[in-house]
Design a protein around this ligand. Sequence first.
Ligand SMILES: Nc1nc2c(c(=O)[nH]1)N[C@H]1C(S)=C(S)[C@@H](COP(=O)(O)OP(=O)(O)OC[C@H]3O[C@@H](n4cnc5c(=O)[nH]c(N)nc54)[C@H](O)[C@@H]3O)O[C@H]1N2
Ligand SMILES: Nc1nc2c(c(=O)[nH]1)N[C@H]1C(S)=C(S)[C@@H](COP(=O)(O)OP(=O)(O)OC[C@H]3O[C@@H](n4cnc5c(=O)[nH]c(N)nc54)[C@H](O)[C@@H]3O)O[C@H]1N2
Ligand code: SF4
Ligand SMILES: [Mo]
Length: 740
Amino acid sequence: MSRTALRICPFCEATCGMVLTIDDNERVSSARGDRDDVFSHGFICPKGASFPELDNDPDRLQKPLVRRDGELVETSWAEAFAATAEGLQRVIADTGGSSVAVYLGNPNAHTIAGSLYGPVVIKSLGTRQVYSASTLDQMPKHVSCGYLFGNPLAFTLPDLDRTDYLVVMGANPLVSNGSLATAADFPGKLKALRRRGGTLVVIDPNRTRTAELADRHLAPRPGTDAALLFAVTHVLFDEDLVDLGRLAEHVSGLERVRAAAQDFPPEAVAEHCGVTADEIRTLARELAAAPSAAVYGRIGTSTVEFGTLTSWLVDVVNILTGNLDRPGGVMFASSPIAGAPRPPRPGRGFTTGRWRSRVSGHPEALSELPAVALAEEIETPGDGQVRAMITIAGNPVLSAPDGARLSDALDGVGFMVSVDPYLNETTRHADVILPPPSPSRTAHYDLALSGAAVRNNARYSPPVLPLPEGRPDECEILARLALIVLGMGPDADPTLVDEQVIATTLGKEVADEHSPVAGRSVEELTAMLPEGRGYERRLDMMLRLGPFGDGFGAKPDGLTLQRLKHTPHGVDLGALTPRIPEILRTPSGTIELDPEPILADVPRLHAALTSEPGFLLIGRRHLRSNNSWMHNLPALSGGTNRCTLQIHPDDAARLGLEEMAIVTGPGGKLEVPVEITDAIRPGVVSLPHGWGHSEPGTRMRIAAQHPGVNVNNLNDGTLLDPLSGTAVLNALPVEVAPAG
Ligand SMILES: Nc1nc2c(c(=O)[nH]1)N[C@H]1C(S)=C(S)[C@@H](COP(=O)(O)OP(=O)(O)OC[C@H]3O[C@@H](n4cnc5c(=O)[nH]c(N)nc54)[C@H](O)[C@@H]3O)O[C@H]1N2
Ligand SMILES: Nc1nc2c(c(=O)[nH]1)N[C@H]1C(S)=C(S)[C@@H](COP(=O)(O)OP(=O)(O)OC[C@H]3O[C@@H](n4cnc5c(=O)[nH]c(N)nc54)[C@H](O)[C@@H]3O)O[C@H]1N2
Ligand code: SF4
Ligand SMILES: [Mo]
């Protein structure tokens, strides 16, 4: 008899609830949207619907691999952990934990293990060689929120359900399903906005599916959003449209922003941006006049040369129009696991550059170095050279600039261990691969993403299927890795990690007079946690200490893990509520609108207004794909999911392009099929990322049949947003010519 089970989808930020069917053979055989899910109400996309294929993919590694005589061969878990301990301890004994680099990939934001144990691995190493997909993605947003609010995790989220006027800039949520705005059924929410008489403006050099839905589509030249937003800011000041509303008493630095915006009248940027001064003025006036409005910027505003300035300006415009922290504007989530609110108080503020990368001197941001610096840190001899590598849920050979160079560098690193279900372009360099079990055998709670949800909620999925005997889940794999790094050996009890974290966290909480458990005993609270898995104990602790928690009995109606287990469709915690000033942690206790490092970058932006590049390359995403790792499923490959160069018909005609083009970038050349479309702005070409599955020694058989090319090999990694270390992946200058 088949049965059903509930599971939150872990494949993108939308966090849809699903109903899985489990067949007689204890396999997941189908997935559909859970209509009773309090957050997603039945929505599901093709990736979620492919959960069974992904879960059962025969190329998923079922056993660890260890390199013997140059070959990766299957082995037992005991041997794999022993080989990991031997390899890592050899390097640590020789050059210390600080010579071990860690790269954390995107799925860490979608697993309990990534949130709870990834940081422990890093802390155990004591290394500053920390890299992640963040510097290929959202780091500019962290940095700008860090400066503005003193809190790099205080993301400003568009209040999609209530806004009257939404500007979507450099994002394509109809395909991506949203990012840094966790909203299941983003498409439905945009349609609802229009149905209730609201306005949708999309700013994107490509006429995307999201743009097709909009009331207005502006198609600027890539990389020019900062100038465009500065001009909007200029108009707001110039036409006396600035109205901070309730925030007036909480904002500082307004006059310096006014002064900086003086140099960016619409007429001065229009040509550079490729939109008219009138369009910019209209946008500013409409934003100011709307009863509520939200500007939402994503990848196209982030992975660009002025990523931090753009991210900052997005929120400057939200603030100047009085739309920050009010319903219908941009608001902050209250994550159920983020700790109960404390009284407002000034904080230490945010800074970057507390240390710098060894070779190029890049400043750290959020304790990370730029992903583009990883290859040179491995290659360059000397004190502090990277001698060993740990990758967790990452495929930087395809995701980061200059993959070919990184690939060579990883080949030469002393020892490498990867925690990953696939043998792919990155993990093929590992000496040990530790594969986590499939999602159906893994528990789920969105620790990271609930801090970006556009409606507060808490949902927990226990594992749907049991783990095979002797197989560790990813929490255990990472906990063991941490203990191995600490020199406790491959057989140390992984629950030590959890008990240590629990003791430290509760110790701090009981000593904090503003904590819901102030003055209580750590022993008493520890005894209240559920028996069982360490991650469940930690999750229960976090929920109970959180803003909706039961405070360990103080608020009997509050959240506990037990309560979530009894409400499998989730607990809705309501629309977002205002959080200023409580959320602010700047030294002044205000929203600091004029951060020194950001203002210091403005002259560079101004100088760029006169630059005249040729073709600019941008990226795009496919609905049935996810970065580099979902091309291995028949249901998610083929059709529109193709690695082609989109180019405008006028450009194609001028260049005489027909079938194939040669694209040349700062890092190299690629030959790619041409897709002529008038959706893309002239002077702009687009290639998707995550392709290039033709490397030898991988085990992703379907993906290898349609390998595509690795767009990031066009990139040499020297171009980055200096304030955040984020790679320039969009608006990369390239040349295009016919092949042959
Ligand atoms: N040119 C260009 N490059 C880009 C982008 C772009 O827009 N243009 N986008 C960038 C962005 S936004 C991102 S986030 C990065 C992504 O960069 P990465 O995170 O480095 O790459 P992914 O392709 O997401 O690879 C995810 C890896 O995690 C593995 N994995 C999947 N599920 C699990 C799991 O449950 N546990 C573990 N341990 N592993 C798992 C997969 O097998 C795969 O190896 O790419 C960036 N690169
Ligand atoms: N189906 C699917 N969903 C995904 C992913 C996936 O690979 N496939 N990846 C996931 C990940 S890791 C992330 S981070 C999110 C990303 O989520 P989004 O940011 O919504 O994703 P993109 O489709 O990359 O949208 C970026 C848009 O920016 C535009 N753009 C490029 N350069 C510029 C510019 O200079 N200015 C402006 N204004 N626009 C520009 C591009 O044309 C593109 O339409 O998606 C997530 N969801
Ligand atoms: S939108 Fe995202 S979370 Fe929802 S089903 Fe699709 S991949 Fe899963
Ligand atoms: Mo991402």
